[in-house]
Design a protein around this ligand. Sequence first.
Ligand code: SF4
Ligand code: SF4
Length: 321
Amino acid sequence: METVSFVQFSRRLSTMGVTLRREHLETLQVNLGKVCNQTCTHCHVGAGPNRTEAMSLETVDHVLDFLADSAARTLDITGGAPELNPHFRYLVEAARKLNRKVMVRTNLTVIFEQGQGFLPGFFRENKVELVASLPCYEAENVDSQRGRGVFEKSIQALKKLNEQGYGDHPELILNLAYNPPGTALPGPQAELEADYRKELEERHGIVFNRLFTLANMPIARFADFLGRNGETDSYMCRLAEAFNPATLANLMCTRLVSVDHQGFLYDCDFNQMLRMRIGGARPLHIKDANDADVLNRRVQVMDHCYGCTAGAGSSCGGALV
Ligand code: SF4
Ligand code: SF4
């Protein structure tokens, strides 16, 4: 896109003389597929109950082979609702045996799906670090983004996790993920975290470790939402105007590599959704790759990258500066 004030992200970087490269690998992020029990309006994956894409056991084994030889100390598992992949337990347990930290991005409500009640105890036994979506402490705001009744179920799930010790034990980390309603940009993370801590504790007796603030990415279902409302250009300009060069040093693509349910590699989960494979026309598959194949490569950027670099920045771990 190009408007009077809009500068393409790649051009912005080149005028600054900046090239993004992955100089070391800390995290392997695995997307187990698009199956989810929810259909949130802001979903950058386009996940839902009717999706069928799911990583096979063969590809899970390729992921584990890569991890065994990799310097990456963290396996970050996402989806969809990754817990609904039939090989989820196997992947978590095998990665723990490889002595890796395992993070799971959970929507919380999945633990009330049929056959998933084991999850809180399983997470505790494997010391899985959780990043749980909760875009507000008000029911109305959560339900309007994530579906009717999601807030109440999320609160019940958080209580179950607290009962397991999550949020109140050094090895049982429970972080929450916030994304703003509509086209707003996230407010200051520390202030919002303090509000969440007060409201969740006072109203529900819930404790947690950190709150991560994430901007809505102009991808998949949120891109459709912007298009339907005629807000694509104004949102992109808002992100571009808020561009903060200080975020560049901490972008997750400079230390993470992402793998899709078929085993192809990407610079991040967002590039994955846009099918911007590492290797382009000769895409790199995890079964053929090792750390050397993904290090010191130029990261592929496009205008959605303004979503990571606006304001205080945004990443899987929240604000960047
Ligand atoms: S945002 Fe998360 S919980 Fe919501 S539909 Fe997408 S993957 Fe599922
Ligand atoms: S979307 Fe964000 S993490 Fe992905 S390549 Fe762009 S700046 Fe990096």
